[in-house]
Design a protein around this ligand. Structure first.
Ligand code: NAD
Length: 252
């Protein structure tokens, strides 16, 4: 299937037939908002290896590097706006076709597109603020940045003295239990599971679509590149998300 109109029509037919869809998004839905993904040719990891959680905790130099990278990306995150893909997902939730969006993304763009925060299940956290690794206190980034620029290190938690870290899940860090449980419950209760822009190689997040299929849901994948779960899907569209999803949702 190649023509854009054919792909939009095939996706619209799946959405029309669904009574309780779940949307699952990866970095690919946000590339059209100017945030690079990790694994494409111009992706973030093609340029920088990620910092493991154990290294962040054990090494002040690694913490400084993590904060330096985060603040270097602040202008990009601050300028990013929801694109047609995010808005189409918000429309699917608003019209009741989809019950929630499970996301691997950390950019807050689903909430910015108008989806209520309690309908966004963030598997890898959120980079728009920080939390204390000791007492879980939420801390905004601006005071951390001011301290970092003045002293060259991030401050410790004002409440307990613990380490502050963006509220994201790094490699080697425990997954958020409540979010994983909610994601698995949603996957087990849906009849259509739509993956948008995920390479589906990051575990345990990639277990969630597998579980949906095991419970009888149809899997739809929109991704520019092949994924390891394509063989499980009833429909695979190799296309840009914004155009295809926007067209499909408008046709409903
Ligand atoms: P990934 O980088 O591994 O894969 C993204 C996939 O999306 C790729 O296969 C790419 O071909 C596809 N893609 C990119 N733009 C697309 C478009 N416009 N239309 C269709 N397909 C497109 O990302 P991932 O699977 O989400 O895993 C990487 C991890 O990195 C995530 O768990 C996430 O936590 C983190 N991450 C988040 C952001 C963000 O919040 N925006 C950005 C980069 C990485």
């Amino acid at each position: 299937m190649n023509a854009a109109a054919d792909m939009q029509a095939a996706l619209a037919a799946k959405l029309r037939a669904a009574t309780r869809a779940v949307i699952f998004t990866g970095a690919g839905i946000s590339t059209e908002s100017g945030i690079p993904d990790f694994r494409s040719a111009d992706g973030i990891w093609t340029r920088m290896a990620p910092i493991d959680f154990a290294d962040f905790v054990s090494s002040e130099a690694m913490r400084c590097e993590a904060w330096r990278r985060r603040f270097a990306m602040e202008a990009m995150f601050a300028a990013a706006r929801p694109n047609r893909g995010h808005l189409a997902v918000a429309a699917l939730i608003a019209r009741g076709t989809a019950s929630c969006v499970i996301t691997q993304n950390i950019d807050n763009l689903h909430q910015d597109s108008g989806v209520a925060a309690d309908m966004v299940i963030e598997l890898h956290g959120n980079t728009r603020y920080a939390r204390c690794l000791g007492c879980n206190l939420r801390v905004e980034l601006e005071p951390i940045r001011a301290h970092f620029e003045r002293y060259g290190v991030a401050p410790d938690c004002a409440a307990c003295g613990g380490l502050l870290k963006t509220a994201t899940i790094s490699f080697g860090q425990a997954m958020p239990e409540a979010e994983m449980a909610r994601a698995h419950a949603a996957a087990g209760a849906c009849d259509l599971f739509v993956v948008l822009g995920s390479s589906l190689v990051v575990y345990p997040a990639a277990e969630v679509p597998v579980q949906a299929v095991r419970h009888g849901a149809e899997l739809v994948i929109i991704n520019r590149e092949p994924t390891p779960l394509d063989d499980l899907a009833g429909l695979v569209l190799r296309s840009g998300i914004g155009d295809t999803l926007d067209g499909a949702v408008r046709a409903l």
